[in-house]
Design a protein around this ligand. Structure first.
Ligand SMILES: Cc1cc2nc3c(=O)[nH]c(=O)nc-3n(C[C@H](O)[C@H](O)[C@H](O)COP(=O)(O)O)c2cc1C
Length: 495
């Protein structure tokens, strides 16, 4: 059964031995971050800090911090199961349409009415309505020493397109400036920002903190603009998300959220945001972002404040990214059908490196795949290094992939430099948001691709010899060498 709320997920984590409660008094400035960093990097449990200095609310971190918990969040044993669910749904959609249209069609199909959110009259997110809000009551974390202040790190920012009435839910960090003001760090390629531009001077905004985990994940997912995250979360969890009308605002908000901040972003009230220690492992520089004015805070009785810590990998968001890799592979395959597998290694921060295997059947196909992936909207277009290999290479085995690429490469022929948009947080580029990406075509080459020689045959032992050795293995007296019989201990994390 999908989780109805964050606390239902927390209870399930507890029952599964995936949660530790920290009762010792801790500081929201740096101390919780340092504890969380150590536990995340050790592959440890979710953490519920129940005694946070100066706050009556507990803080939850690391809810998604392992493959198991990320899968649990989406009601699965393994993330591949969630990918398979999406693939099955896509098979129902009419062929020939674009990725977004096809997913939209899937959402409209009768048996999938689950995707449409359900509007309810009362929501526990409004157990308490505070029209004189003070954000200092929330245990917002300061996560790194040079951060400009406390940042809300797991917010679901809800906006509506004034032209189409479509909702968007995006996760954009928010620096707390004072009792009723925060920054809104929606970067230039994001849909919340596009909504803000369409509204003009002021845009109504609601921010949910601590929701059912499928919805929290959906806020991070690179969806096309025509698909709203409420519907996508419903589709993923097989049950509609429940929404309630905001207490003071004409927006729908998740009915069972722990906290909801209601207010508006003033696009003309630009203030300095940052620095902030980010996914890149360095501080993103201070820059001008618009201000969110909070006019009301609603919350559940005894709310839990949910937060995450970003920084040098591996961090909790690695698993949100892995979920995206698995869920979006079937979608990518609809538009680029030759793609067999994809690995976005954690070290690449998800848009710095994509390892992609393809079934190649004509010259130049790897270059075509690069163009297709860079031509897609959202985060794929920002991929800094794209590596394309043949179908028989296991891209989840990073060692094998590196070996294959390094062996096959003629740099002048195989490396493509592509100028274009890069991520706002990309500090390596000469200019903000514009730079160069590289594609490496490591597929086997044909004469049509200028390879005048014969591609050397792969070394594979013949089946007879393999069978013989298997049969006679005991006779060799090698059974005691246990490590010889172990699979490679460093073969990446697997899909
Ligand atoms: C923990 C976390 C923090 C994030 N912070 C930001 C941020 O501050 N600004 C931003 O534009 N994107 C941020 N992102 C990425 C967006 O959430 C992601 O690109 C999402 O798809 C945006 O939604 P949208 O496509 O509806 O705009 C963050 C992602 C995660 C997982």
């Amino acid at each position: 059964m999908p989780f109805e709320s964050l606390r239902a997920f927390v209870d399930a984590l507890d029952r599964a031995g995936q949660l530790r409660t920290v009762a010792a008094q801790v500081d929201r400035r740096l101390e919780i971050a340092e504890i969380t960093d150590r536990v995340v990097k050790a592959g440890g449990p979710a953490l519920l800090f129940t005694n946070v200095r100066g706050s009556k609310y507990p803080v939850l971190t690391n809810q998604f911090g392992t493959h198991r918990r990320m899968a649990m969040a989406l009601d699965a044993e393994h993330l591949n199961e969630v990918g398979a669910r999406v693939r099955k749904l896509l098979d129902l959609a009419p062929p020939g349409s674009s990725m977004g249209e096809r997913l939209g069609a899937v959402m409209r199909l009768a048996p999938l009415a689950n995707a449409a959110p359900r509007v309810v009259r009362d929501g526990s997110c409004q157990d308490v309505v505070d029209r004189e809000p003070d954000l200092r009551k929330l245990p917002v974390l300061t996560t790194w020493p040079l951060d400009a202040g406390p940042f809300i790190t797991l917010p679901l920012v809800i906006t509506q397109d004034p032209r189409t009435q479509r909702f968007n839910v995006g996760m954009y960090r928010m620096q707390v400036y004072g009792p009723r003001e925060t920054a809104m760090h929606w970067q230039r390629h994001k849909h919340g920002r596009a909504h803000a531009e369409a509204w003009g001077a002021r845009i109504p905004v609601a921010v949910a903190i601590g929701t059912e985990p499928a919805l929290t994940y959906a806020a991070t997912a690179p969806l096309p603009p025509m698909l709203d995250e409420f519907a996508f979360a419903g589709l993923l969890r097989g049950k509609p998300v429940e929404l309630v009308k905001g207490a003071t605002i004409d927006l729908l908000v998740p009915a069972h959220a722990e906290f909801v901040l209601e207010g508006y972003v003033d696009n003309e009230d630009l203030r300095v945001e940052g620095p902030f220690g980010d996914h890149t492992g360095v501080y993103s520089p201070a820059d001008a972002y618009p201000t969110f004015h909070v006019t009301c805070v609603t919350h559940r009785r005894n709310p839990i404040y949910a937060a995450t810590l970003v920084g040098k990998p591996p961090m909790e968001d690695a698993w949100l990214g892995k979920a995206t890799e698995r869920i979006f592979l079937p979608l990518l395959q609809m538009v680029v059908p030759e793609i067999i597998e994809m690995n976005l290694p954690v070290e690449g921060g998800f848009h710095n490196l994509a390892l992609v295997s393809i079934k190649k059947s004509y010259p130049g196909q790897a270059k075509k795949v690069m163009n297709a992936l860079w031509g897609l909207g959202h985060m794929m277009m920002l991929t800094r290094v794209l590596v394309i290999v043949d179908a028989d290479v296991d891209v989840h085995n990073v060692r094998e992939t590196a070996w294959f690429v390094l062996n096959n490469l003629a740099p002048e022929r195989d490396v493509v430099m592509m100028p274009g948009p890069v991520d706002d947080l990309d500090h390596g580029s000469y200019t903000v948001a514009y730079g160069t990406k590289i594609g490496i075509d490591a597929t086997r080459k044909s004469a049509a691709e200028g390879y005048a020689r014969t591609w050397p045959p792969d070394m594979i032992m013949d089946p007879q010899t393999r069978e013989l050795v298997e049969k006679r293995w005991r006779e060799y007296g090698l059974d005691s060498i246990a490590e010889m019989l172990q699979p490679d201990s460093w073969s990446g994390q697997g899909p």
